[in-house]
Design a protein around this ligand. Structure first.
Ligand SMILES: [Zn+2]
Length: 251
């Protein structure tokens, strides 16, 4: 399972209990493998019964809208199709209740993207989750990644953070936007985000996760397929990437 840390949750909160067996991240997604999320009595009293169903409908609508309107999501769908891994939204994308520490995930055994309906509530956040998780799907499709190999895991997390999450504005917002500083800030953002995602799945320490990320960083950071460029927020990059998809052989 590729679990993706919810950037609004503090991943460092609380000490991890000693890990006796590998869980591969599935414990973060209680609805995977047939278990239905059961709201506790306290939650029913607080939110009203049926909140999960309303969330699911909203989430599925957000997914549908992104697939129709978002250039970056449409580009990923086209790239997957051209790579022989065409996405059927109803089969390959699932809205589920997740642990609040994650916003989305990719389940390689079922070849399914999970959108966490209780965390990724807006269309913008859904777009981010879909782009990120479709990069994992693309990597499993194209490269036959072994997600139990921690270097493979780190590589696909670097690519996903690089191509979707870490933006130009993160450096500008900090007041110093020289090109060198931006490049450094972007790399630091990718390294941190990728290390957090590795830690979410494998329960390794932060130094261990960072060491693996550093080891494969250069190779994976410079692999920009299938988007072809790093996307800057609030720029025309998404549209450019979508318009140029033919140059990469995606239809
Ligand atoms: Zn990821």
């Amino acid at each position: 399972m590729n679990a993706d840390a919810n950037s609004q949750a503090n991943p460092d909160s609380g000490a991890d209990p000693p890990q006796t067996e590998e869980k591969w991240g599935y414990d973060l997604y209680p609805e995977r493998r047939g278990q239905k999320y059961q709201p506790s009595l306290a939650k029913i009293a607080l939110l009203g019964e049926g909140r999960e169903n309303i969330d699911k409908i909203k989430c599925e609508r957000n997914v549908w809208n992104c697939a129709q309107k978002s250039p970056i999501v449409k580009l990923m769908l086209a790239a997957l199709k051209s790579s022989g891994c065409e996405v059927d939204l109803s089969r390959h994308v699932a809205c589920e209740v997740c642990d609040v520490s994650v916003s989305g995930g990719y389940d390689p055994e079922l070849n399914q993207v999970v959108v966490c309906q209780n965390v990724a509530r807006s269309e913008g956040m859904t777009q981010g989750v879909l782009t990120h998780e479709f990069i994992h799907m693309f990597d499993y499709c194209r490269n036959k990644l072994d997600f139990k190999n921690i270097e493979h895991l780190a590589c696909t997390e670097i690519r996903a953070a690089n191509l979707s999450h870490c933006s130009f504005l993160s450096a500008v917002g900090q007041g110093d936007a020289s090109p060198f500083k931006i490049a450094k800030a972007h790399q630091d953002c990718v390294k941190t985000k990728a290390a957090l995602s590795v830690m979410a799945v494998r329960k390794v320490s932060e130094p261990e996760a960072r060491a693996v990320v550093d080891k494969v960083f250069d190779k994976c950071y410079n692999d920009l397929e299938p988007i072809g460029r790093r996307i800057r927020r609030n720029s025309l990059d998404m549209h450019k990437a979508y318009m140029e998809r033919f140059a990469y052989g995606y239809d």
